[in-house]
Ligand binder design. Sequence first.
Ligand code: HEM
Length: 411
Amino acid sequence: MVLPQIAIPNLVDPRTYADHDMTEVWRRLRSTDPVHRHPATPQGPEFWVVSRYEDVVRVLRDDGDFTSEDGNVLTTMLLGGDTGARRMLAVTDGPHHTELRKLLLKAFAPRALADVAVRVRRLIRRLLEESVERGGCDFARDVASVIPLETICDLLDVPVADRPEVLRLTKSALASDYETPGADVDRIARGEILLYFSDLVTERRKRPGTDPISLMATAEVGGRRLDDEDIILNCYSLIMGGDETSRLSMIGAVEAFAAHPGQWAALRNGDVTVESAGEEILRWTTPTMHFGRTARADVRLGDRSIAAGDLVTLWFTSANRDETVFPDPDRFDLGRSPNKHLSLGYGRHFCLGAYLGRVEINAMLDGLRTFVQDIEQAGPGRRIFSNFLSGMSSLPVRLKGDPAGPSNWKE
Ligand code: HEM
């Protein structure tokens, strides 16, 4: 079958996402070329672009024919692989993945996270009350950037005295997504974070607790102890995986509320539950635009033939707006049900931090509807610079407080 040629922008170039109306690009791809062959770029070889919900799920479900071990995001896949492969959970498959995931899940289960959840709510209350008192804030910088990192530090039991430094390094490590593309500062900061975790691993081997670092430092996986590098890489991936994603969802929520006053009112009035709203925020914001796999065998996908070794990118940002699954997909609808979005992935690599991410987002929604009466965008926001993540790095807002807030808030 001859497929119509459609001009789609370069999906490797981060500028594409700032310069194009991607909603239209994805709609056209879903309808005319759902398994699209993206040409080679200076950054690497050709790759497949999968845009329909059904095809994305088909690949994520099939961990026999598709692997994450050659990288799971465009940047590493195009470079030929991920240095953390077969060590870091997200880029490990097979029995080692199963065992490591089982171990880490102990620290991510709802019961294990009960204390962390209480601290999230306290922190959100403090940050929102401070912002309301000032009449507004840069929601990205003053509120959303603080919560996920503090939460992961809680989860990993990072000593309070070390936190300012860990937070500073993490911000620098993400500089390429947030400020000056190409800067070197991110690489140096990444090195420093790894060194910091190396010290923490040594400490936890001596005095283990119940946090994920201690679990990894003391357990056997596949009949052997994990070495320091395994543990450090997984710590790094927890910080990176858990920070930006939750942060971008929360910022996206506030941006959406300012733009959709009717939906904001529905949340405030209790016409929709926080849980239902949280799922729509996840779908609407889709913080990770894509993940990827490499084919291990020749596979048919739609009416295309994927060859063993081909790179396959799965665009959640498109699948979450697939009109065959989500009626009126471009409508922001906090009461949407069912809402089986793919923002947290699907299958073997389904987000390990899904429960924690939902705790953070839902606590934020609860905090907003309790302490804030009106949200108004107070100036232009700034989008992040990335071909992987989507959202804002700056969002100035005016916030009018609800005087009844403190009496309605449940700790
Ligand atoms: C809104 C918040 C979040 C979003 C949108 C999100 C998104 C995702 C997605 C789409 C995947 C699947 C990757 C793949 O299939 O290759 C994933 C996996 C993962 N996420 Fe999250 N995530 C969030 C929060 C978190 C948090 C809070 C943590 C930890 C603190 C975390 C840690 C991980 C890890 C370790 C994996 C790999 C799981 C595996 O390979 O078995 N995530 N996440």
